[in-house]
Ligand binder design. Structure first.
Ligand SMILES: [Zn+2]
Length: 90
Protein backbone atom coordinates (compact mmCIF):
# COMPACT_ATOMS: atom_id res chain seq x y z
CA UNK A 1 0.00 0.00 0.00
CA UNK A 2 1.23 3.50 -0.79
CA UNK A 3 1.54 6.09 1.96
CA UNK A 4 -0.91 8.21 -0.03
CA UNK A 5 -3.52 5.44 0.06
CA UNK A 6 -3.04 4.91 3.76
CA UNK A 7 -3.38 8.62 4.47
CA UNK A 8 -6.56 8.68 2.40
CA UNK A 9 -8.04 5.84 4.43
CA UNK A 10 -7.12 7.57 7.68
CA UNK A 11 -8.77 10.72 6.43
CA UNK A 12 -12.01 8.98 5.50
CA UNK A 13 -12.40 6.62 8.39
CA UNK A 14 -11.37 7.06 11.97
CA UNK A 15 -10.30 5.57 14.16
CA UNK A 16 -8.52 3.13 11.89
CA UNK A 17 -7.29 -0.11 13.35
CA UNK A 18 -4.36 -2.12 12.07
CA UNK A 19 -6.94 -4.80 11.29
CA UNK A 20 -8.75 -2.45 8.87
CA UNK A 21 -5.52 -1.68 7.06
CA UNK A 22 -4.60 -5.35 6.92
CA UNK A 23 -7.96 -6.25 5.39
CA UNK A 24 -7.96 -3.38 2.91
CA UNK A 25 -4.58 -4.21 1.41
CA UNK A 26 -4.32 -7.88 2.28
CA UNK A 27 -1.23 -7.47 4.43
CA UNK A 28 -0.53 -8.93 7.86
CA UNK A 29 -1.80 -7.07 10.89
CA UNK A 30 1.72 -6.56 12.22
CA UNK A 31 2.78 -5.17 8.84
CA UNK A 32 -0.17 -2.81 8.93
CA UNK A 33 0.72 -1.77 12.47
CA UNK A 34 4.30 -1.08 11.40
CA UNK A 35 3.04 1.18 8.59
CA UNK A 36 0.84 3.10 11.02
CA UNK A 37 3.71 3.48 13.49
CA UNK A 38 5.86 4.74 10.66
CA UNK A 39 3.32 7.45 9.88
CA UNK A 40 3.22 8.35 13.54
CA UNK A 41 6.99 8.69 13.71
CA UNK A 42 6.76 11.05 10.75
CA UNK A 43 4.21 13.06 12.72
CA UNK A 44 1.47 12.36 10.17
CA UNK A 45 -0.94 10.54 12.45
CA UNK A 46 -1.51 10.40 16.17
CA UNK A 47 -2.69 7.53 18.26
CA UNK A 48 -6.08 7.79 19.90
CA UNK A 49 -7.12 6.14 23.11
CA UNK A 50 -10.28 4.13 22.82
CA UNK A 51 -12.05 1.78 25.18
CA UNK A 52 -11.59 -1.90 24.59
CA UNK A 53 -14.49 -4.27 25.24
CA UNK A 54 -12.87 -4.91 28.61
CA UNK A 55 -12.76 -1.16 29.23
CA UNK A 56 -16.44 -0.80 28.37
CA UNK A 57 -17.28 -3.61 30.78
CA UNK A 58 -15.26 -1.89 33.53
CA UNK A 59 -17.06 1.39 32.89
CA UNK A 60 -20.43 -0.34 33.11
CA UNK A 61 -19.34 -1.93 36.37
CA UNK A 62 -18.23 1.43 37.82
CA UNK A 63 -21.46 3.07 36.65
CA UNK A 64 -23.54 0.39 38.34
CA UNK A 65 -21.55 -0.09 41.56
CA UNK A 66 -19.55 3.14 41.93
CA UNK A 67 -15.77 2.98 41.73
CA UNK A 68 -15.07 3.69 45.41
CA UNK A 69 -12.50 6.35 44.55
CA UNK A 70 -12.88 9.36 46.88
CA UNK A 71 -11.71 11.74 44.16
CA UNK A 72 -14.29 10.57 41.61
CA UNK A 73 -16.79 13.35 40.89
CA UNK A 74 -19.03 10.83 39.13
CA UNK A 75 -19.50 8.74 42.26
CA UNK A 76 -19.79 11.51 44.82
CA UNK A 77 -23.04 11.26 46.71
CA UNK A 78 -25.10 14.26 47.70
CA UNK A 79 -24.04 13.77 51.31
CA UNK A 80 -20.38 13.90 50.36
CA UNK A 81 -21.06 17.02 48.30
CA UNK A 82 -22.63 18.67 51.34
CA UNK A 83 -19.67 17.66 53.47
CA UNK A 84 -17.21 19.13 50.97
CA UNK A 85 -19.27 22.28 50.77
CA UNK A 86 -19.23 22.50 54.53
CA UNK A 87 -15.48 21.88 54.74
CA UNK A 88 -14.31 24.12 51.96
CA UNK A 89 -17.30 26.36 51.28
CA UNK A 90 -17.24 28.86 48.47
ZN1 LIG B 1 -16.42 6.76 40.28
Amino acid sequence: MAKHELLRLLHQKHPVHAKDVAEQWDVTESGARASLHHLRRDGLVRQVWVLTDQGKARLAHFDAESCASPECALCRTEKQEEMLEWLFGH
